[in-house]
Design a protein around this ligand. Structure first.
Ligand code: UDP
Length: 473
């Protein structure tokens, strides 16, 4: 009988960190059925509905999950940035992560420990259990490059990054202005920045980093990471670009009774702009009004997944916000646009929406999962980054890959309705939009190839054979 190779995976809370690492485990066992994987899942309070229903679909005899006791919200700072809450949740869960690993290792050797980037502290246990340590990086190679270079940038640059006049040039990446770096870098004396820097310093000691990207999309960046590793001779990290890993790969059945999908059925091909800000992005009341009026002004069809306004851009990221959002729309908007668009409260089946032939554009906050999903369906983007590394993704999409248009904010950090109307029209009807659709379609094809029998599948097999050769019972 074939030997079974055991590995353990530690996720971090938050839908968009949980899903890609679990999808990675599904992909690994579907290609290499001799693996057995245990997913250790920390959580903050009661997980949001999206995470709960996703986890209910997890059925594989090769994948087990252990839900850790939820961390008490009172033990965490109030109103902290999501990255801090996510990382602290993992930190507070470390004793239970350790217990789980101990119990697993007592039954079978754990060849590798793979953790989400926010759960990196758990990799300290790898040595104790004689396991190799891997980081699962659920973002682009460009963002990884920033993480790996942050300690050096921190030494070499004085003052705030956001005030730099010249763009930062990370090797093999499109130049990036300091103000487009992830939110924690905006204030270098903040706790969030210190945590990010601390994480960046420790990342370089792992055995490998699995990146949710693919070679054909980020070849220059990936090559530069490899070359630097060879150049400095000190780093032993191996890089494994093995994406795009999204739920598109796991054949989730479409629920065609869903209202959005039924509505899309009656729209002309490529005519609808899908508008969504990820699993928890939120807009202010003023910005909500401008978006509504801007969509109306564009004259284009739209499907808008809406949340109740908030002054925090990530209000709904880790916890459910129950308020009915539709009551915050400008007066008369729903009536006036009833033949133009559909507003859906809180959540839409995004993968099925992007797959639908009526959808021709995506106004997105450029979260990495949304970016990859849009790419896998060949849908060009209007970039409206809100938090985390989303502005970096927007720069890569707009300046590098040229598959997205970026909205301009006014001096109050608001995107005005005229700007929204103009950019939406340009993407959906203009020549520029056509070029973007064509380039996105090319990326769609190369992503599909990378996953079928191309670069990402080969990388996965390489890593799987490495693990298999090291152990198995
Ligand atoms: N998503 C969804 N329906 C929604 C909003 C989001 O299915 O109405 C999914 C989306 O398909 C993606 C994830 O939630 O997989 C959002 O991840 P992303 O990295 O784009 O953004 P984040 O949630 O981290 O801000």
């Amino acid at each position: 009988m074939a030997k079974t190779t055991h590995i353990a995976v530690v996720s971090s809370p938050g839908f968009s960190h949980l899903v890609p690492i679990i999808e990675f485990t599904k992909r690994l066992v579907s290609h290499h059925p001799n693996f057995h994987i245990t997913c250790i899942i920390p959580s903050l309070g009661s997980p949001p509905e999206s995470s709960k229903s996703y986890l209910e679909t997890l059925q594989s005899s090769n994948i087990n999950s252990i839900f850790l006791p939820p961390v008490n919200k009172q033990d965490l700072p109030q109103n902290a940035y999501p990255g801090i809450l996510i990382q602290l949740t993992v930190t507070l869960s470390l004793p239970s992560i350790h217990e789980s690993l101990k119990s697993l290792a007592s039954k079978a050797p754990l060849v590798a420990l793979v953790t989400d980037v926010f759960a990196f502290e758990a990799l300290d246990y790898a040595k104790e259990f004689n396991s190799l340590s891997y980081l699962y990086f659920p973002s682009s190679a460009m963002v990884l490059s920033l993480v790996l270079h942050l300690p050096k940038l921190d030494q070499e640059i004085s003052g705030e990054f956001k005030d730099l006049e010249e763009p930062i040039q990370l090797p093999g990446c499109v130049p990036i202005l300091g103000r487009d770096l992830p939110a924690p870098t905006k204030n270098r004396s903040s706790e969030a920045y210190k945590m990010k820097l601390g994480r960046a310093k420790r990342v370089s000691s792992v055995d490998g980093i699995l990146i949710n990207t693919f070679l054909e999309m980020e070849s220059d960046t990936i090559r530069a990471l490899e070359e630097e590793k060879e150049g400095n001779g000190k780093s032993k990290i191996n890089f494994y670009p093995m994406g795009p890993i999204t739920q598109i790969g796991s054949n989730n059945g479409a629920d065609d009774k869903n209202d959005c999908l039924k509505w899309l059925e009656n729209q002309p091909p490529s005519s609808v702009l899908y508008v969504s800000f990820g699993s928890g992005g939120t807009l202010s009341q003023r910005q909500t009004n401008e978006l509504a009026l801007g969509l109306e002004l564009s004259g284009q069809r739209f499907l808008w997944v809406m949340r109740a306004p908030s002054d925090s851009v990530s209000a709904a990221y880790l916890e459910a916000v129950d308020e009915d959002p539709l009551k915050f729309l400008p007066s008369g908007f729903l009536e006036r646009t009833k033949n133009q668009g559909l507003v859906v409260p809180l959540w839409a089946p995004q993968i099925q929406v992007l797959k639908h032939s009526s959808v021709g554009g995506f106004l997105s906050h450029c979260g990495w999962n949304s970016t990859l999903e849009s790419m896998q369906e060949g849908v060009p983007i209007i970039a409206w980054p809100l938090f985390a590394e989303q502005a970096m993704n927007a720069v890569m999409l707009c300046d590098g890959l040229k598959v997205a248009l970026r909205l301009k904010f006014n001096e109050d950090e608001v995107v005005e309705k005229e700007e929204i109307g103009k950019v939406v029209k340009c993407l959906m009807e203009g020549e520029e939009g056509k070029g973007m659709r064509k380039r996105m379609k090319d990326l769609k094809d190369s992503a599909a190839k990378a996953l079928k029998d191309g670069s990402s599948t080969k990388t996965l097999s390489l890593l799987a054979s490495h693990w298999e050769n090291l152990g198995g019972i």
